[in-house]
Structure formats: structure tokens, C-alpha cells
Design a protein around this ligand. Structure first.
Ligand SMILES: [Zn+2]
Ligand SMILES: [Zn+2]
Length: 257
């Protein structure tokens, strides 16, 4: 998606193009003070999201500062290799989107997952190569976390893709065995070590030769998504791409040295 398309996306929403596609239904699940469209979020709440716009790193999808962007790859990706072929995100993990995701994860708001998942549908519509995926796998959460939270937020985000694009969402292929520490408090190295062997493929029949789209709420270091990709490739997947709702802006300390 180039910059013009991102601008157009904004404009379409602003001029009510979305209203034509999705008749107004219930209230916006974020603010409940404006109409939502097709169970999606309302215009005002959408426009508060900082969308990812080019130039971006061709591997991890993070916005690039122009000078770093000569090779189209960020410094983080120069230092690490990931098992996924590329990762892309809809918005920046800051401001409004950060708030929406924290509501979704910690305040039991399943309807918000559905609404935010519609943004992934819109994104994939603008990026047709992502429609060629054979199956969609949400990053699993540990059973204990699932019981506490009531749902896997990544799965809620992925469900609209199944409905609108007809690509199957599979939550029975890979599980998370290791109850890892929260990634938030860890350094970059810590995050990679923390997720090592956290996942296990339990049903690989659909994987051989498949182009897999892994969906998650946030990509920060990419450690979690990379580990999921490693396991899927090992079980026969042909390629693994990653689509998240949000991408973390790189910690400035990682840019030094
Ligand atoms: Zn709203
Ligand atoms: Zn990168």
C-alpha cells in the first residue's frame, strides 16, 4: 500500500464511502457515541489511529526514517533474522490504537476485537497479495491466559478475515505450551529467549506447502511471530507472513551502537 492509498483510505472514511459499503448498524464499540459501520469502529475513532505509511522496512513493516531507508530495511532487521518472510501492520502501537488494544486485552471487550479485525480486512483488500494466503493462524495464547481473558484477542481479530475473504482461520494447528513472562519488561535479547520453544504444532495436516498468514494484535521485536513462523515452517509450511493490527515503534536504545 503506498502513501496515496493510505491517504485515499482516510479520505474514503472521511467522506462516508464506508457508509455505502457498510450500512450503519450499532454504535461504535470504542466510544459508543457515534455510529459504527458493519460492526466496525466509527469514523472519529478510526481517524485517531496513526496508520502505518511508507516508507516502511520491507521485512518487518516498521515505518522507516528516510536516512535509514536506503536499502529498504531497518536496523533492527539488519541485526536479526526472522523466520517469517515479512510482517505488516495497520497502525502504530501508540495513542488511540494502544488504548483500544488494552481495552480489548484487559477489559473483556470481544465486540471490540471483531470491530478492530475489520481494519485487517480493509488492509488486505488494499494489499491483494495477502489474499493469496491458504490459511490464517492467530498467534495462540497459553491456556491459563485464555481462561483469564475469555478469548484469544488474535483470534477475534482474525475472524473477520475468514468471513470477508474466505480464508480459513485455524486455531487448532499450533498451541502455546510455555506460560512466558510478559514481554513488556524484557530487553530485545530477553524477548527472543523468552519465547524460544514456547509453541508446539499439534496438527500439521494443513501445513505442507501452505502459504500461512499469522495474525496477532501487536508486533514489537518480532520475536513471538518469528518463533511461531519457525514452528510452522518446520512442520511444512511454504511461507509465513505476519499481519498485526499494531506495530511497536522501535525503542530508541536499540538504534544506538
Ligand atoms: Zn467511536
Ligand atoms: Zn525491519
Amino acid at each position: 500500500m503506498d502513501y496515496v492509498e493510505v491517504k485515499n483510505w482516510f479520505r474514503q472514511v472521511g467522506t462516508g464511502f464506508i457508509e455505502l459499503l457498510y450500512p450503519a448498524a450499532e454504535a461504535c464499540p470504542v466510544c459508543r457515541q457515534e455510529p459504527g459501520y458493519g460492526h466496525g469502529i466509527g469514523k472519529k475513532c478510526f481517524q485517531k489511529i496513526g496508520l502505518v505509511a511508507p516508507p516502511i522496512c520491507r521485512v518487518c513493516g516498521r515505518p522507516l526514517r528516510l536516512k535509514v531507508g536506503d536499502r529498504g530495511i531497518c536496523r533492527q532487521c539488519e541485526e536479526n533474522s526472522y523466520y517469517f518472510s515479512e510482517a505488516r501492520a495497520v497502525g502504530l502501537y501508540e495513542g488511540a490504537l494502544r488504548e483500544y488494544l488494552s481495552e480489548l486485552k484487559y477489559r473483556y471487550r470481544p465486540e471490540l476485537g471483531e470491530a478492530l479485525g475489520k481494519l485487517l480486512v480493509d488492509w488486505v483488500r488494499l494489499n491483494p497479495e495477502y489474499r493469496k494466503s491458504d490459511l490464517i493462524i492467530p498467534v495462540p495464547i497459553h491456556r491459563q491466559k485464555l481462561e483469564l481473558r475469555g478469548y484469544n484477542q488474535a483470534e477475534l481479530l482474525a475472524n473477520p478475515l475468514q468471513r470477508y475473504l474466505g480464508i480459513r482461520v485455524k486455531n487448532d494447528i499450533i498451541v502455546r505450551d510455555k506460560l512466558t513472562e510478559s514481554q513488556n519488561a524484557l530487553s530485545k535479547e530477553g524477548r527472543f529467549a523468552n519465547v524460544a520453544d514456547a509453541f508446539r504444532v499439534v496438527n500439521s495436516t494443513a501445513l505442507p506447502g501452505a502459504s500461512v498468514l499469522v495474525v496477532d494484535d501487536i508486533l514489537t521485536t518480532g520475536a513471538t511471530a518469528s518463533e511461531v513462523a519457525r514452528m510452522l515452517l518446520r512442520a511444512g509450511a511454504l511461507t509465513v507472513r505476519v499481519l498485526t493490527l499494531a506495530v511497536g515503534v522501535i525503542d530508541t536504545t536499540w538504534l544506538e551502537n
